[in-house]
Design a protein around this ligand. Structure first.
Ligand code: NAD
Length: 499
């Protein structure tokens, strides 16, 4: 069986005692195995990172940026094969896999500007003969723990900024689709990053715990489901680390009575069912405002859902492919059953979907629920599959309250032609990222990504200036160059002020 090995400075890792299968979601078979590393393996990676980091931090930022430029060039040169590999392990269609890589590259483009953003601040004459300046210095070694659903973009969110800032980085990608993260690390080395600056260790909870407990790792960035994000946050902080831990989501799309419903249905189809709903910025809940809007929306949604093409991830005509593995397929189908048991109206049932010639693949047909209510578990929890729920709101106030009160607060969208309503909604809703007539409001790379409530633990977002802040610490220098005389000795025992 093919092994997708760790990527470590100094070459091959010792044979692993434990391994995990990597499935082919299109066929349902196992295509490779991934070793599950332990604390001893991590120790070796940390030693190599410790050896490499000071030299990298001392490399001027313009040279570090050149490595980022080169890395971007190398990834672009093989984006087709990277997308094919990603799609084969994840199950998302090829065009979407390219988007996954491209969104990550946009953070690398931001990182190419690191000399500019790392410039410190300076105050001349803060006091008599006194200047103050601050600088941003790297933390040392950072680690990233990433989910299966964006195996290229999310690692690049993290290591792009961390490495450009002068840190060494250890990535623990999802064990479900680990090939692309390994290839990205190889390309970073080829681009000129010294050995040990980007390493990939595979593993499960054992490796995650080793990362969280390792005294030489200064900061941990995590993206995954909320319970694990919360656990990672607590354990990492208890070990004295800086931690940002992004969690799950249940994003709502509010449809005002004046919205262009054809546009809404086109946007919703992609945002709810694209990537089989396996996106933290998917829109699995739609909230039509008023009964008339709900009826008109439902009428337009039905033919759009019937027209969706579910296919293998290499099918250029398919709107979406299989989910990542059999366990996840089962989990999504169990949630559909829970929705039925709780009394929601199952309008379109995607369970039992079989793709001809790929009967063992992990496919789920598009599913639509109507008359979903807030007391239902199937509404409160994240399903992470091709399942859209209609929650009817009587008015604008109720539509603002629904996402605001939900336990998750990652993203939300409002569809309307009314600028006042949109502005009011954006200001008042208790959610971290808002789209106005934009179904998937993922911020561009030079802004920053992060949800609220149980969608993110810690207070610093991913990428943009927030990312730079997370991966650096500020040092502030107060300097005085006396021109010979002795200072005011009488006041030497009083706290200095600028008064
Ligand atoms: P997951 O929580 O199962 O896994 C994430 C990472 O944690 C993986 O690297 C995994 O190996 C590790 N892990 C798994 N179990 C663990 C345990 N018990 N202890 C410690 N570590 C463990 O998430 P997933 O299924 O890979 O990804 C989907 C989830 O990620 C969804 O909830 C989705 O909403 C969320 N997500 C959030 C964002 C965001 O930015 N908020 C982005 C993408 C995905």
């Amino acid at each position: 069986m093919r092994l997708i090995d760790h990527y470590l400075a100094g070459g091959k890792a010792p044979a692993a005692a434990r391994k995990s299968p990597v499935f082919d979601p299109n066929s349902g078979g196992i295509q490779a195995e991934v070793p599950l590393g332990d604390a001893a393996l991590l120790d070796g990676a940390v030693d190599a990172a410790l050896a490499a980091q000071p030299g990298w931090a001392a490399t001027n930022p313009q040279r570090r940026a050149r490595v980022m430029f080169k890395f971007k060039e190398l990834v672009e040169a093989e984006i087709d094969s990277l997308a094919a590999t990603l799609s084969r392990e994840h199950g998302k269609v090829i065009a979407d896999a390219r988007g996954d890589i491209q969104r990550g590259l946009e953070v690398i483009e931001f990182a190419c500007g690191i000399p500019h953003v790392l410039k410190g601040e300076f105050t001349q004459g803060a006091g008599p003969g006194i200047d103050v300046y601050s600088m941003r210095q790297p933390l040392g070694i950072g680690a990233g723990i990433t989910p299966f659903n964006f195996p290229a973009m999310i690692p690049m969110w993290m290591f792009g900024v961390a490495i450009a800032c002068g840190n060494a980085f250890i990535l623990k990608p999802s064990e479900r689709d680990p090939s692309v993260p390994v290839r990205l690390a190889e390309l970073m080395r080829e681009a000129g990053a010294p050995e040990g600056i980007l390493q990939v260790v595979h593993g499960d909870k054992e490796m995650v715990d080793a990362i969280l407990d390792h005294p030489a790792i200064a900061a941990v960035s995590f993206v995954g489901s909320s319970d694990i994000a919360h656990y990672v946050y607590k354990r990492g902080v208890a070990a004295g680390k800086r931690v940002q831990a992004m969690g799950g989501a249940k994003n709502h799309g509010i449809v005002m009575p004046d919205a262009d419903l054809d546009q809404v249905v086109a946007d919703l189809s992609g945002a709810a069912f694209g990537s089989a709903g396996e996106r933290c910025m998917a829109l699995p809940v739609v909230v039509p405002v008023g009964e008339d809007t709900a009826e008109r929306l439902r009428e337009k949604l039905l033919p759009a859902i019937a027209a969706l093409r579910v296919g293998v991830s290499t099918d250029a005509e398919a709107h979406y492919g299989p989910v990542v593995n059999a366990a996840h397929k089962q989990r999504v189908e169990d949630w559909i059953q829970t929705g039925v048991d709780e009394g929601a109206e199952l309008v379109v049932d995607g369970r039992g979907f079989k793709l001809q010639g790929h009967e063992e693949g992990f496919f789920i047909g598009p599913t639509l629920f109507d008359r979903v209510t807030t007391d239902m578990k199937a509404y409160q929890e994240e399903i992470f599959g091709p399942v859209l729920q209609i929650v009817r709101a009587k008015d604008f106030e109720e539509a603002v309250a629904l996402p605001s009160r939900h336990q998750y607060g990652n993203g939300v969208a409002i569809f309307t032609r009314n600028g006042h309503a949109a502005r009011e909604f954006a200001a008042r809703v208790n959610v971290g990222m808002v789209g106005i007539n934009v179904p998937i409001p993922v911020p561009v790379a030079y802004h920053s990504f992060g949800g609220w409530k149980r969608s993110a633990f810690g207070d610093t977002n991913q990428h943009g200036m927030e990312g730079v802040k997370f991966w650096t610490k500020v040092k502030t220098v107060t300097q005085r160059w006396p021109d010979g005389g002795v200072g005011d000795a009488a006041n030497a025992f009083v706290i200095p002020t600028m008064g």
